[in-house]
Design a protein around this ligand. Sequence first.
Ligand code: SF4
Length: 294
Amino acid sequence: MIEMEDKPRDATKAGSDGRGTGSRSDILGDRVETDRNVLDKNGSAASFRGDVTLSPTSGDSAGDLELLRTARDVCAPKAIGVVEDNQGIHLTLDRGKCIMCGMCQATAPTAFKVQSSYAQPARRLADLVKTQFADMPSVGAIMPIEEIGKQLSEKVKRTLGRSLAIREVDAGSCNGCDVEVAALINPIYDVARFGVHFVASPRHADVLLVTGVCSRNMDLALRRTYDATPDPKVVVAVGACACTGGLFGDTYATSGGISHTVPVDVFVPGCPPRPEAILYGLLLAVDRIGESAD
Ligand code: SF4
C-alpha cells in the first residue's frame, strides 16, 4: 500500500455542496492507493505484466536457438512456437493462450519483452497469434480509455439507438477476469457514462461477456444462456481461459475455450485482461452487431 501525496481530505476545502473538490484524493477517499499511477493516461502501472513482444532478431545464432527452445518449454500454456524451416527460425506467440507470467522474458530476455500495455482483442482467434516479424500494436498504445469510451458511445447510439445491455457469464473462471469486468462499473471506469450497462437476464442482453474455461459442468448452462439471448447477439470471450482454455487447455473437466460451446465474435486476450481491453473488445462487438443488423 502506498500513502498518497495529496493532502488529507479537508472538510473546509469542500465544494459549496459539501461533497468535496472532486480531486483524486476525494475520489479515492481514504488517501491510500494500491497503485500510484491508477489514473494515468495509459491505464496501467509500469509494473503491470501485459502484452509480450518478440525481438525480430532473436534466433539468429545457435546459442539463441537453445534459449528459445528452453523458453518454449517453460511456457506453461504452450503459447510459444519455435518454427525451424529452410528460411531460418521463426518465433510465434499465441496471445490467446499467454497468461503474462513473464517466464519467457526471464529465460530469454533478448527475445521476449513483457510490456505494461495490454494485448489487442481480435475478431478471430488466429489474429491473436503473432510472429516476430509481424507484431501487432497493443491497445494501450492505440487509445486511452476515454477515447475507446467515446467511440463506443457513438457506435452504440448509431447502431442500437439506445444503450448496450451486457449479460456476464462465468463459465468456470478463477474470478480474475470477473474482477476486471466488475471494475468497468466502478467510479474510475464508470462505463455507464458510455451507454453500457449490465443486465440480470440474457433475455435483455445484446452481448454475452463470457469468462472462464467453460468447464464441462457449465457447458449446458452456457449453451442455454446463448439460446435465451435474442438476436442479433454477440459473444465476447474475456481472458485466456475463455479464448483457448489458457493454462488449463482441453482436459477431462474443461473444453479448451468457450468457442467449443457457443460461437464467439470477439476474443479479448489477457490473464486477466485490463478493463480497457475489455472495453475495446466491446467496441469490436458493437461493429459485429451492426453487421448482423445490415
Ligand atoms: S508470458 Fe506468456 S508467452 Fe511468456 S512464458 Fe508466460 S505464458 Fe508463455
